[in-house]
Design a protein. Structure first.
Length: 117
């Protein structure tokens, strides 16, 4: 499994960004795709996840109502739409994948999101 994240950048508080994660290497119908982030000096934390088949989603409380995860199952891309960004959203964002009952064991490289106040 290969995961390629992109879309990070510098944005002002209140702005929006959309991250993309291109997935390849197998069929993902039995997978959960997730986004995590790691801010400077902090541990990596869960942001959002989507079940590839069915599209059920889960969000961290800190991003509910502001972030939205979705997938294009034809192009094998997972998106993270981030709205109303806050300085505390600044972090390196990683996409990850796992089988339904497993742990996240496939990780892409990170993409940096910087939100200025």
């Amino acid at each position: 499994v290969q995961l390629q994240a992109s879309g990070g950048g510098l944005v002002q508080a209140g702005g929006s960004l959309r991250l993309s994660c291109a997935a390849s290497g197998r069929t993902f119908s039995s997978y959960v795709m997730g986004w995590f982030r790691q801010a400077p000096g902090k541990e990596r934390e869960f942001v959002a996840a989507i079940v590839w088949r069915g599209g059920d989603t889960t969000y961290a409380d800190s991003v509910k109502g502001r972030f939205s995860i979705s997938r294009d199952y034809v192009k094998n891309i997972v998106f993270l739409q981030m709205n109303s960004l806050k300085p505390e959203d600044t972090a390196v964002y990683y996409c990850a994948a796992k089988i339904l009952a497993g742990r996240y064991n496939y990780w892409g490289q990170g993409t940096l999101v910087t939100v200025s106040s």
